[in-house]
Design a binder for this molecule. Structure first.
Ligand code: SF4
Length: 303
């Protein structure tokens, strides 16, 4: 399963990063966020279509032979990585392979009130959890969680986790116009964030075509809202930077990639080699792939 690994990409925050996708075949998530960069999908509470722990560890081992200057290895998924059934074994395996790089997980925070998940996450260097809203009404509207997931449980879980976690905890807020872009919601977030006391709060907005018809806000609005988050290390995130790594992709790989996640023209410029760009242009000519402008940035997409 070659597509378990993606990258390396350069992240403004985490340096040279190698991504590990724990749900490479399809979206498996217990949220269906309005802003998701993957196509909307029915929520699941278990990830069943996943590579085995052994397959993931083999893929990582091979990738580490190829990419020697990795700062961070990022556990992510087309969905929620903490739903991966062998996460604990996987984290142990990666920690055994680890040399200089740090291990990072990007989670939607939904499982953080689970003691077993907390124990696993404690073995990870950087845990980044989403918290878009502090109120159930906003949370349900924006993140559209599976039945039974309550924001109060997530917040309580984050507070308990922050007390036992010895490494770096980052909380991310993604702001969507007309939903969580109010001073009231940010004041509610401030109240819980000071109790969680993460090392950093990333505040960002939509920068890729979203699953549903929602819009991001301006950087100016992000800056205004971030002012509500007093006493916290807040980082305004707007657009990811990509390292100029050019790779070759087949027609099938391009379609699979675009089906899961639209790519901006910058992404293509940075990561596609000349032959792959030709294949992509042909797909556009044939009307299989088309371009879409989101806030002034062009994306290639299939949907
Ligand atoms: S944005 Fe993340 S948490 Fe939300 S639906 Fe998409 S994959 Fe799930």
């Amino acid at each position: 399963m070659e597509n378990i690994i993606f990258g390396p990409v350069t992240s403004r925050r985490f340096g040279q990063s190698l991504g590990v996708d724990l749900s490479p075949n399809k979206k498996q998530c217990n949220f269906d966020c309005l802003y998701c960069e993957l196509k909307g999908a029915k929520t699941v509470t278990k990830a069943q279509d996943t590579p085995t722990c052994k397959e993931v560890l083999n893929a990582i081992e091979n990738a580490l032979k190829e990419y020697k200057n990795i700062d961070v290895l990022t556990l992510t998924a087309n969905g929620e990585p903490t739903l991966y059934p062998e996460l604990d074994e996987l984290v142990d395996g990666i920690n055994r392979l680890k040399k200089d790089f740090k291990l990072l997980i990007l989670s939607n925070g939904s499982t953080i009130d689970n003691d077993d998940i907390q124990k696993t996450l404690c073995k990870i260097d950087i845990v980044k959890l989403s918290l878009d809203c502090a109120t159930q009404k906003c949370f349900k509207k924006l993140d559209r969680p599976a039945k039974g997931i309550e924001i109060t449980h997530i917040i309580d879980g984050m507070k308990r986790f922050a007390k036992i976690f010895k490494n770096t905890l980052v909380v991310e807020i993604l702001v969507v116009e007309g939903i969580n872009d109010t001073v009231g919601e940010f004041e509610a977030l401030q109240e819980v964030l000071v109790q969680i006391a993460p090392h950093r709060v990333d505040v960002g907005t939509i920068d890729r075509p979203p699953a549903y018809n929602v819009k991001g806000v301006s950087v100016m609005r992000l800056i205004e809202l971030a002012k509500c988050l007093k006493g916290l290390h807040v980082s305004i995130a707007y657009k990811k930077d990509y390292a100029p790594e050019k790779r070759g992709f087949s027609k099938e790989q391009i379609l699979e990639m675009l089906k899961l996640r639209p790519q901006s023209t910058n992404d293509i410029d940075f990561s596609f080699d000349a032959k792959s760009v030709e294949i992509l242009k042909d797909l556009v000519k044939q009307g299989i792939v088309f371009t879409r402008n989101v806030g002034g940035t062009e994306f290639y997409t299939t949907h």
